[in-house]
Design a protein around this ligand. Structure first.
Ligand code: AMP
Length: 220
């Protein structure tokens, strides 16, 4: 099954993708995580990606599409993947369709997440990620038991370099200009599932993940 996680930064794509990945037993493929790994390992790809990521801009389509194409060829992706943060432009979505066609696959479901903008900014500035197992925390909504330490593996928690108020504004602008047209793109294909993740309606990532699982089971 090919699942796409669509939504502005801070809507909970990563949290929900992690839950779905465990439940559906297919890997979570986060282009953002792959770029951050390359940045920390100081690879050529990392150097290139950092110049865009630090400004809240998108890494060029050709680079990103090649990376995903290579990842989809790995053995563990044979039964499908949860694409977390890809595609982010219509050109990427079209390229993905072509890649999947080669193995008679298609996008099965696109999860479109929305969150009020003021909540997004608060969530992003309070987001912390485990430096080792990459578990996601929020200092207000989902804090670790021990300050700065991952409950899962005991490693140190860190903030992402691009999770600051200035960069998030630019990332949101990029989302509305370049990524949001994908809502229409997948809606027209008839595979869009939309959900709101928000404190104001008391529906956070894990609740929405449960709704998605119920929906997928009913669709079977
Ligand atoms: P994320 O972890 O998904 O929030 O991604 C962090 C950053 O990585 C984004 O703000 C972009 O700069 C870059 N990035 C991640 N996925 C993509 C993509 N599909 N296309 C281009 N840039 C991406």
């Amino acid at each position: 099954m090919i699942v796409i996680m669509l939504g502005a930064p801070g809507t909970g794509k990563g949290t929900i993708a992690e839950i779905l990945s465990k439940k559906l037993e297919i890997p979570q493929v986060s282009t953002g995580d792959i770029f951050r790994k390359n940045i920390s390992e100081k690879t050529e790809l990392g150097k290139l990606a950092e110049s865009y990521i630090s400004n809240g801009k998108l890494v060029p389509d050709d680079v990103t599409v090649k990376l995903v194409e290579d990842r989809l060829e790995k053995d563990d992706a044979i039964n499908g993947v949860i694409l977390d943060g890809f595609p982010r432009t219509v050109a990427q979505a079209e390229a993905l369709d072509e890649i999947l066609k080669k193995t008679n696959k298609k996008v099965d479901v696109t999860i479109n997440l929305t969150t009020p903008e003021e909540e997004i900014i608060e969530r992003v500035v309070n987001r912390r990620i485990c430096s080792k197992c990459k578990k996601i925390y929020n200092l207000v909504l989902n804090p670790p038991k021990e300050n700065g330490i991952c409950d899962n593996c005991g490693a140190k928690l860190e903030a992402r370099a691009d999770d600051n108020e200035e960069t998030i504004k630019s990332r949101l602008k990029t989302y509305f200009e370049q990524t949001s047209p994908l809502v229409d793109y997948y809606n027209k294909k008839g595979n869009l599932y939309s959900a709101t993740v928000s404190q104001s309606i008391n529906k956070m990532g894990p609740d929405v993940a449960n709704d998605i699982i119920t929906y997928l089971e009913e669709e079977k």
